[in-house]
Design a protein around this ligand. Structure first.
Ligand SMILES: NC(=O)c1ccc[n+]([C@@H]2O[C@H](COP(=O)([O-])OP(=O)(O)OC[C@H]3O[C@@H](n4cnc5c(N)ncnc54)[C@H](OP(=O)(O)O)[C@@H]3O)[C@@H](O)[C@H]2O)c1
Length: 334
């Protein structure tokens, strides 16, 4: 049994519990909120949290011997403090994406995890998705890979609010913005598959808010040995482009990188010169039988059962490299 204390009672905690409930090893034993009222309302509306203890202090919840694991579902600028507090109290931590505000904070969190001997994992849903894993397992068949192109573009209700002058968490200058909010979904899988790029260039488009400029969409080009990657993310327009990994011997296509519901492989046929038949696509995914957030809880509970302190799929090295790239893109933008 993995006994979770949840920090934050917002929409994301609500969403992930719908996945957590599908793993019988997960139990919610405590909820920590800035207010008792919000914690009580969250417990009342989530049957899985029924009977959970209410806390308004992360330190106090982390000291509760009934809690052995903490889920951090609060804004980016709180991840480092809450994660380190929980790790120092000997609790495992599943922390929302991006792991931290920047690479420096990320390194402090990783150090705290290694010192504590507890499990720390970024709740990056995309790379634990079985359809993504199915595609990743076929890369050798299309190698050498020459290009990765990925999109996450969604016209967001938060952008609608921004246009009315309301700066929500997702657009807070200095702590969020489109890159950290959705661009990370195009970047994390790239780094999980191919590691650290040799160079990064990007362009972030901004929006003026009374609290400063925030990034609302962007693109990045990343260079690898023999391969490059292009990423496009946005909260101001939609895109229906799939994510594609293109190799000399074929292509892998994911319908959506955030939560892939379909993965296909297209083995390269004879070299073509314009006209001629196109090679057929073969479905390699099996859909998504569980809630999309189930898989991160399954991975987490599996790792605890195995006594491991790090996921090889959502590794801390990947999280740190992603944060370094985000830092670089944000520094270039300023
Ligand atoms: N995995 C995904 O699909 C996904 C989707 C959306 C967001 N996220 C991530 O989830 C995190 C939260 O994002 P969000 O948009 O859900 O944020 P949010 O709604 O503003 O905040 C979530 C909860 O955190 C607590 N909170 C808010 N402001 C806080 C503050 N300044 N200090 C401490 N706690 C605060 C609140 O709970 P209480 O009132 O109970 O304290 C709030 O309901 C971010 O890191 C984001 O990147 C992940």
């Amino acid at each position: 049994m993995v006994r979770f204390g949840i920090i934050g009672t917002g929409r994301i905690s609500d969403w992930v519990l719908k996945g957590a409930v599908q793993d019988p090893r997960i139990k919610i034993v405590a909820v920590c909120s800035r207010t008792v009222e919000a914690a009580e309302a969250f417990i009342a509306s989530n049957p899985m949290a029924a009977g959970a203890k209410v806390y308004t202090s992360v330190e106090e919840m982390a000291a509760d011997p009934q809690v052995d694991t903490v889920y951090v579902g609060t804004p980016n600028q709180t991840h480092c403090l809450y994660t380190i507090t929980a790790l120092k109290a000997g609790k495992h931590v599943l922390c929302e994406k991006p792991l931290a505000l920047n690479a420096e904070e990320g390194r402090q969190m990783v150090e705290a995890a290694r010192e504590s001997g507890c499990l720390l994992m970024e709740a990056m849903v995309s790379t634990l998705n079985p359809n993504f894993i199915a595609a990743a397992s076929r890369i050798a068949e299309i190698a050498p890979v020459r290009q990765y192109s990925s999109y996450f573009c969604q016209y967001s209700s938060k952008f609608e609010a921004l246009k009315r002058g309301e700066v929500g968490t997702a657009f807070k200058p200095g702590t969020a913005g489109a890159l950290r909010d959705v661009g990370v979904y195009t970047l994390y899988p790239l780094v999980a598959l191919f590691g650290k790029p040799s160079s990064v260039k990007g362009k972030l488009s901004t929006w003026q808010t009374p609290e400063g400029d925030t990034d609302v969409y962007g693109t990045a080009c990343l260079e690898y040995d023999g391969m490059d990657a292009t990423l496009t993310w946005s909260k101001t327009f939609d895109s229906f482009q799939p994510t594609e990994i293109a190799g000399e011997n074929g292509n892998l296509i994911l319908d959506e990188i955030h939560i892939a519901r379909k993965a296909e492989i297209v083995p390269h046929a004879a070299p073509t010169s314009g006209l001629g038949p196109k090679p057929g696509r073969t479905l390699i995914s099996e859909g998504l039988p569980y809630n999309e957030y189930y898989y991160e809880f399954k991975e987490f509970a599996d790792l605890i059962e195995q006594g491991r302190t790090e996921s090889s799929r959502n590794s801390l090295e990947t999280s740190l490299t992603v944060l370094e790239i985000i830092d670089e893109l944000l520094t270039d933008w300023k």
